[in-house]
Design a protein around this ligand. Sequence first.
Ligand code: BGC
Length: 351
Amino acid sequence: MKKLLALVLALTLCLGIASAFAADKVGVSMPTQDLQRWVQDGENMQKELEANEYEVMLTYSANNVATQVADLENMITNGCKVLVVASIDGGALGDVLAKAKEAGIMVIAYDRLLMGTDAVDYYATFDNYKVGTIQANFIKEKFDLDADDGKTYRMEVFAGSPDDNNALYFYNGAMDALKPYIESGKLVVPSGETEFNTCAILGWGTDDAQARMDNLLAKAYTDGSFPDLVLSPNDSLAMGIANSLEAAGCPLDSFPVITGQDCDKANMKNIIAGKQSMSVFKDTRTLAAQVVEMVNYYLLGEEVPVNDTTTYDNGVKVVPSFLCDPVFADINNYTELLIDSGYYTPEDLGL
Ligand code: BGC
């Protein structure tokens, strides 16, 4: 009997020690592998977390909300202490996040805010409004919009997915700066479509952006001309817009100015080829490092670093956020920004 007791005690002790040394498990839920940026986000998160000795459960949900819910449920069942979630539809995860909260799991909204829930603890992203401002400032400078030279320019407007809270920030950041020029007549929108809802592309799809650009050309450019500029919130839409213009026979030397965001490889190739004018670099290494720091502080029971406690209201609470800085990228600085920094190899960009 004594022997048995000793054995049980020894076993309990071993298990205790083992669990004290077992790595904390962190779940990382990414929306899709279709878009390069999310693959990179996932890989960087995994690398950073593993370097900090966490065990990582990384999933991609094929842009399917039900799959993302199942992935998160799996992470909860598997004992994750922290969930890092880049949502497909920011408002569709309330129930599963409530379960996480009940289980005492910390939830960080990654890049996109989780809406309508009190079960999100922190938000880590890039300054989304500033992304739009950077795009608008580029357009202002490129066309010298403040010049009193009697020139006018024809513009079309695209916006991101309405189920992604970021999309409105991108739109507002850009349109707050550009609307005065539309009102003064310096910028003309031949299609007449400028409202967020009319310009939005659900799901951020390249093909859908291409189809809308085809429609705009058929509707408002019947003389075979092309716009001078197209405001695109990100690279996946910019790609569709460029594809449409190319298919419609737009000559390269008069290709419209097209904005973007993410510095995806295919879009950097388009910038080099003159089919896109700029992008916004959001270094996923920076965001991953920031999130891992937040996880570290949290698990050590210390105050989690944030730099914005007023902007991101998800309808239930203002979520304490850390905003990283987005950076302007174009043909003139991409080498330094993307290649010299080791983000891409020259081969990645077809160089
Ligand atoms: C991200 C962008 C991305 C877009 C489409 C947004 O939430 O912030 O970087 O281009 O989603 O995936």
